[in-house]
Ligand binder design. Structure first.
Ligand SMILES: C[S@@+](CC[C@H](N)C(=O)[O-])C[C@H]1O[C@@H](n2cnc3c(N)ncnc32)[C@H](O)[C@@H]1O
Ligand SMILES: [Zn+2]
Length: 436
């Protein structure tokens, strides 16, 4: 089994240098250098599978069935796009066995899908998976094509040929952000990019120079690092968009612990960010447990208001610049939930998970809620008590007038505008009112 690494494949995102390509790959029939598979445990033996009623084969491709929810979210968004614009051309830039392409073609009724994967050994499996459900068609009626370029080259060629797409899915590994700008160049205005990062180590603040290189953000360890991972990815896209005179708006942001995988659905438009405060710095105080956002013009004056000057140095952690604005658009998520209901994707069984996820994301979109979340274990350890029950804690916060919701990212955590000291007081009081 062979796998291809983006770094080995894409020395430059836009320039195709035939001499370099030949050096990288002396065999002209396989376009790219192959190296031994880095993720052998994640590959599946060839077998037939079914996802949302569609049959496909995974062969020796990289496939994770745990990513089905991420694919569901992508298909719902693509279908909403088709319903509102009346057309849908999809570029599936790193398609693996082609499951996403298949789902966009059938589930979202895409007019055309370009299924690209650098590994040309996947060609027959992708073509078979697509042709089983959708005849390829000819000329203007063609429904799909399969290519085997480095994703940056595939997207750059679309840009050069002025073959723009409505929806680009970039299901990449690690923190490879080099695809973002190529995707923006190949996208129609008002189109959607479904971007991915799988680098939990970097979003956890353990490689600040890597996050700086990839997303332009110096990320430090913070208690809500998986939300930081989403904000790092959106922030990186904001930066790339601004270079081109564009802005991106997140429609939803999804963290999945399988991987982990950070996925964001971004809409691309011309112009500047609507609110400058949405791209800035986030600080967390180890002393009081509170977090705060800072804008660029506050640089140099960053300190926690809990004390005027005492809390600085290692007790105050700052990451950024990152996306500090809303992670989701609640109205958009409500449309996705309605569509999922129409398609009977919600309800009992596996549908319950998608329904729960979408409802939690809608709750998280309350504009009164700040970024981050408070882990109940942190409240308990600061208050020197046992962790309070999440539901009762949330109800009490609501009764006391605070905004509070669960986080889809962390199970025993609450998003709230209640300061840590108040959370500790409420948790301590609950201890007395709850039965032993
Ligand atoms: C995460 S897998 C894709 C999984 C697939 N989208 C799915 O949902 O099952 C990433 C794929 O990218 C391909 N790949 C790696 N580097 C690439 C590059 N630079 N350009 C295009 N494809 C690449 C790999 O062969 C692999 O199939
Ligand atoms: Zn403080």
């Amino acid at each position: 089994m062979l796998n291809l690494t983006p770094k080995a494949l894409s020395p430059s995102p836009f320039l195709f240098n035939p001499i370099l390509a030949k050096t990288l790959n002396p065999n002209p029939n396989t376009r790219f250098t192959a190296i031994p598979n880095q993720f052998p445990h994640q590959n599946c033996k060839s077998e037939y599978r079914t996802e949302r009623g569609l049959e496909f084969e995974t062969g020796e491709t990289f496939f994770r069935h745990e990513s089905a929810t991420g694919r569901d979210l992508g298909v719902l968004a693509a279908s909403l796009y088709k319903r509102s614009k009346g057309q849908l051309r999809v570029l599936d830039a790193l398609c693996g066995c082609g499951i996403r392409s298949l789902r966009y073609l059938v589930g979202a009724e895409a007019d055309f899908v370009l299924a690209n994967d650098a590994n040309d050994e996947y060609r027959s499996i992708i073509s078979e998976n697509l042709s089983r459900a959708v005849p390829r068609g000819f000329g203007d009626e063609r429904r799909w094509s399969v290519t085997h370029f480095d994703a940056n080259r595939a997207m750059a060629e679309c840009y050069v040929q002025r073959e723009f797409f409505d929806f680009i899915d970039v299901d990449s590994f690690g923190s490879d952000s080099s695809f973002l700008r190529s995707a923006m160049n190949a996208l129609k205005l008002d189109g959607l990019i479904y971007a991915t990062s799988t680098d939990g180590y970097t979003s956890g603040g353990h490689r600040p120079h890597q996050s700086l290189a990839a997303y332009g953000a110096y990320v430090r360890p913070m208690p809500y690092s998986n939300e930081i991972g989403l904000r790092m990815l959106i922030g990186g896209a904001v930066r790339e968009a601004s270079v081109l005179g564009y802005r991106v708006t997140p429609l939803f942001s999804y963290y999945s612990y399988h991987g982990p995988v950070f996925r964001v659905m971004l809409r691309l438009n011309r112009g500047k960010l609507v609110d400058d405060r949405h791209y800035g710095f986030i600080g967390y105080c180890h002393h009081c447990g509170n977090s705060q956002a800072f804008s660029w013009n506050e640089l140099g004056r960053i300190r926690c208001p809990c004390t005027d000057s005492k809390v600085s140095g290692p007790r105050y952690v700052v990451s950024g610049p990152l996306w500090a604005g809303p992670l989701h658009d609640a109205a958009y998520l409500t449309e996705m939930l309605n569509l999922a209901e129409q398609w009977a994707w919600v309800g009992s069984g596996t549908g319950a998970d998608l329904e729960k996820l979408l409802k939690q994301m809608i709750d998280e979109s309350d504009p009164k809620l700040p970024f981050g979340y408070i882990k109940l274990d942190e409240v308990a350890s600061r208050a020197k008590i046992n962790s309070p029950p999440l539901r009762i804690m949330m109800d009490t916060l609501h009764k006391e007038g605070y905004a509070a919701s669960r986080s889809h990212i962390a199970s025993n955590a609450i998003k709230t505008n209640c300061p840590m000291a108040e959370c500790m007081r409420i948790a301590k009081n609950l201890r007395h009112s709850l039965p032993c």
